[in-house]
Design a protein. Sequence first.
Length: 262
Amino acid sequence: MAHTLLSHDLAAPSLGGRLDSDAIMTARRELAACFQLAAQHGFEEGVCNHFSAVVPGYDELFFVNPYGYAFAEITASRLLICDLEGHVLAGEGQPEATAFFIHARVHRQMPRVKAVFHTHMPNATALCLLEGPPLRWLGQTALKFYGRTAVDEHYNGLALDESEGDRIASAMGDADILFLKNHGVMVAGASIAEAWDDLYYLERAAEVQLKAMGSHQPLKPVPHEVAQRAYEQMRLGDAESARAHLASGMRILRAQGNRFES
């Protein structure tokens, strides 16, 4: 299900040494690790899904994966750096068109968002194929997302222009998780670590919900007051927990001999 490449004129002056600070190299490695971890957990779909992250110190620039590579092939050096107009400023290759139009418009419209992960991961995407609210407040893992989700009910084909990217960004609004009906999910994080943490636990919450629904037994929702309290408790330590989660994943990748940092 290959999509078209971005049709902008991608020729632009390289920023050279301006893009090799310690903070930028750390972000490269963290984002590359997220691709590798997502591949290991089965969150990818061919070469069609994409992650992005704002380049530290450059709010008008973002990392994104080049078209044609599976998540398992993405390393720190393979990531592209693009501006919001569609120019590739560093890296070999081009972004896939929907990757550019979705991520560039979200980063432009939502400065609070530093990382945007879009996948068709199977369990969360399965919830996007159902009528009604995708995520039910049934279990503790789901409560991490209580009050943080939005739903785009209007699938409109591929995001091949700025207007569709803007529409998706508007549908997300103040939420951190967007369920794109008939399509997939988007996770928007204040950091790369937080986006990874949400992506991982969203898929876990969707998996157990589908198992519960598949039992054909009555579902037991958590009352609002309890759900709100649990959400607040989780959010107190979410950023720290996310950093620990990603650091753990990176240690595991290194122990496996994974060369994501190259």
